[in-house]
Design a protein. Structure first.
Length: 212
């Protein structure tokens, strides 16, 4: 198959952490006089990229980075509450059989990801877990992973749920599959021209193992 190397985003792609993230954001918002995010707001917010979100919520980048730091700590405390995206536990073993490398690149902490994967008995499926501190420069970390593991760009696919995942993949000149079950909406993802747009984990499986 063309794609021998898969790099996954974590939150929203493998872990269904959107609701816990919303609750953590609201706790943070109360302390800093920021408008909270109501459940009914989510469908609208899914259409915005990160810069637009910050503008709408009147958040400076510095304040948002402060929130990210807090969120990593709080997510660590709530890791047992976060469910897997449906069917991911069935997807990963089959993908591993047909690829040479599977990694994770996340804005979450490496420790949180490792604990989550261990609790779900999935840690052994990944060759690398990397944490990106640059919210808008994920391509730098993609390039580092490609170099460290000598991954062929043309055989590597990034899988993510956000607009910035697509933009980073384009910048790194690798193909990208946008998944619609995470943070950004299908419409907003398609505008960024991903290589693929998947509505279910099975769509990814069918790409990598088309005979399945």
């Amino acid at each position: 198959m063309k794609y021998q190397n898969l790099i996954f985003d974590f939150d929203g792609t493998l872990a269904d952490s959107l609701e816990e993230g919303r609750l953590i954001f609201n706790d943070f918002a109360k302390k800093h006089d920021i408008d909270e995010i109501k459940k009914e707001d989510l469908n609208t917010l899914k259409n915005y990229n990160l810069k637009e979100f910050l503008k709408i919520k009147k958040l400076s980048k510095a304040r948002f980075l402060q929130f990210i730091a807090v969120a990593k700590i709080e997510l660590g405390k709530r890791i047992s509450k976060i469910p897997l995206i449906e069917n991911v536990e069935m997807l990963l073993p089959k993908l591993q059989q047909h690829t040479n490398f599977m990694g994770i690149l996340t804005s979450n902490s490496q420790k949180n990801v490792e604990v989550f994967l261990k609790e779900n008995q999935l840690l052994g499926y990944f060759d690398h877990i990397g944490s990106s501190s640059k919210l808008l420069n994920k391509s730098r970390y993609i390039n580092a992973m490609l170099k460290k593991y000598s991954l062929n760009r043309h055989e590597t696919l990034f899988i993510g749920d956000e607009i910035r995942d697509i933009q980073a993949s384009h910048k790194s000149k690798i193909d990208v599959a946008a998944v619609t079950w995470g943070f950004n909406s299908r419409t907003s993802l398609k505008k960024e021209k991903p290589t693929f747009c998947f509505d279910t984990p099975k769509d990814l499986l069918n790409l990598i193992t088309p005979t399945t």
